[in-house]
Design a protein around this ligand. Structure first.
Ligand SMILES: [Zn+2]
Length: 215
């Protein structure tokens, strides 16, 4: 089985798992015996290992996870097809991304990278903007002031007191439900700029599975 960190607390009433940066942390009420936690984790082992693998795929890469001419978009593997054409562009069709460089381009590799990067950024931005609008309405929250997408090494998203939200570009490789979770998490910070009990309660209302996804 995997290693995990155990955090016991007197206030807590339920057991929860947090998986972040390849570390599994279990939060439990102080009275729950280790044996019980272990058997509970054993039941969830398959799920936890899947999560660890998924996170590894998404966050541990410095650039987009391009591998053997495949790329992950919303957790689907998409084939990359490079070709020359009259103008540079990117088109997605039947689980393949057609990356075309114009015949005038000298440095194909750089051009391909910048084309793919822009395509993925636009795609993630469109999804995140749509879901922010959706959740803002549900959460009765005014839209954030600013939205930034960038590559961050250690976080999926952030929120500050100026109501500016940022999201990690690597989220493009994650399943929609994880992106939604990160969105709800950051939107909940608009009201509570901390990880207090009220904050987590608010996350749980709008994303009930929060304790078994990422932080
Ligand atoms: Zn947070």
């Amino acid at each position: 089985m995997f290693d995990y960190q155990l955090k016991k607390s007197k206030r807590r009433k339920t057991v929860a798992i947090k998986i972040y940066n390849q570390t599994v942390t279990v939060f439990a009420p102080h009275y729950v015996p280790i044996k019980q936690i272990d058997s509970w984790l054993l039941e969830k082992q398959h799920w936890i290992e899947t999560q660890l693998k998924k996170q590894l795929n998404v966050i541990d890469t410095k650039q987009y996870p391009i591998e053997k001419n495949k790329i992950k978009i919303f957790s689907e593997s998409v084939e990359l097809i490079f070709r020359e054409g009259p103008s540079s562009d990117v088109k997605e069709h039947n689980n393949a991304l057609y990356v075309t460089h114009s015949s005038r381009v000298k440095n194909y590799k750089n051009k391909y990278e910048s084309l793919i990067k822009r395509y993925l950024e636009e795609k993630l931005a469109a999804y995140v903007e749509m879901r922010i609008a959706f959740y803002c309405e549900k959460m009765d929250e005014v839209l954030p002031k600013k939205l930034t997408l960038a590559v961050y090494k250690r976080r999926w998203g952030s929120c500050n007191s100026k109501r500016e939200l940022s999201f990690n570009l690597h989220l493009i490789g994650a399943p929609h439900r994880i992106i939604d979770y990160v969105i709800v998490h950051e939107l909940a910070h608009l009201r509570y700029l901390n990880h207090s009990k009220q904050f987590w309660d608010r996350v749980e209302i709008f994303y009930p599975d929060y304790n078994v996804v990422v932080n």
